[in-house]
Design a protein around this ligand. Structure first.
Ligand code: ASP
Ligand code: CP
Length: 316
């Protein structure tokens, strides 16, 4: 895995972790994302990836990541082998291994997007593959393309990254988007607040890494402690699928609900984000608030993935 990737250097590379991206190389990725946005708004897309094929292999449910990768590929003139409607219809259900599945798909496709419930599965796939593997979420590990679109959204909405106060709320333990975004934000001069119940705190190794970079860091159980100060409130779902004890999940799932009363205490120029899906953490009445950025965030996912696909397939 190369130390650092700009769009052109992505050619032929896997995208497994945000650790591959340094802040200096992120600006060209974001510039290409803005370009893709212009192209889509002006012409609907381009033929940059004509005759290129992407395989989308999803072992866990997805709406946004799968749909945006498919839309991104199609808006670039390419096509997709979608194994997104349940691997039960593939030969995985006959017991085929992940490496064999990957080695098969790469006979047809130029790159493979993989979502899988096991941490490290994207690396396992990359070890088996000759074509680039893009990690679309490996269990409670990472979700690097989500974190890149999250960072793009913050920069796009607020015009900067340095100097911001970002609070992450909810399931910081199992939330892979939080794990990836925290590592990216740690490269900037930001204040990070981690708001969670005790049992869902950010993993210690990540917390130590953030503290080791000398960033201002706060941990609290209470949204009220941070709501008046934050530039970004990044809300997350309690990750039901990672719990072995469902009674514990039931206790935790309603812990935070961002509603109009909470928003009344927030700054006028802040934004609320969520990787989605939400299952009660943000009251739908907040959607009409201009500070609710989560559906704009969804759209940015397609533009950002267009930029990544162009890079990985050597057309950036
Ligand atoms: N969609 C995101 C993920 O797959 C967040 C979530 O599911 O809560 O990690
Ligand atoms: N944000 C995200 O990964 O959404 P999906 O799980 O719907 O792909």
């Amino acid at each position: 895995m190369p130390a650092s990737l700009a769009p052109r250097e992505l050619a032929g590379q896997d995208i497994l972790s945000v650790r591959q991206f340094q802040r200096d190389n992120l600006e060209p990725v974001f510039a290409l994302t803005e370009h893709m946005r212009e192209v889509v708004r002006r012409d609907g897309g381009t033929d940059l990836l004509a005759r290129r094929v992407l395989a989308a292999l999803f072992f866990e449910p997805s709406t946004r990541t799968s749909a945006s990768f498919i839309a991104a590929m199609e808006r670039l003139g390419g096509s997709v082998i979608p194994i997104t409607q349940g691997v039960q219809f593939s030969s995985v259900s006959k017991g085929e291994s992940l490496p064999d599945t990957i080695r098969t798909l790469e006979q047809y496709a130029d790159a493979i997007v993989l979502r899988h419930p096991v941490i490290g599965s994207a690396q396992e796939a990359a070890d088996a593959a000759q074509v680039p593997i893009i990690n679309a979420g490996d269990g409670a590990g990472e979700h690097p393309t989500q974190a890149l679109l999250d960072l793009f959204t913050i920069r796009d909405e607020l015009g900067k990254l340095d100097g911001l106060h970002v609070a992450m709320v909810g399931d910081l333990r199992f939330g892979r988007t939080v794990h990836s975004l925290t590592q990216l934000l740690a490269q900037y001069r930001v204040k990070l607040s981690f708001v969670s119940p005790e049992i869902l705190r950010l993993p210690l190794d990540l917390m130590n890494e953030v503290r080791g970079r000398g960033l201002a860091v706060q941990e609290t159980y209470s949204v009220a402690d941070v709501i008046g100060e934050v530039d970004v409130l990044y809300v997350t779902r309690v990750q039901k699928e990672r719990f072995t004890d469902l009674a514990q999940y039931e206790e935790l799932k309603g812990y935070y609900v961002i509603d109009e009363a909470i928003m009344a205490a927030a700054r006028r120029d802040m934004i609320v984000m969520h990787p989605l899906p939400r299952v009660g953490e943000i009251d739908p009445r907040v959607d009409a608030d201009p500070r609710a950025a989560y559906f704009r965030q969804v759209q940015n996912g397609m533009f950002l993935r267009m930029a990544l696909l162009a890079g990985v397939l050597g057309k950036a």
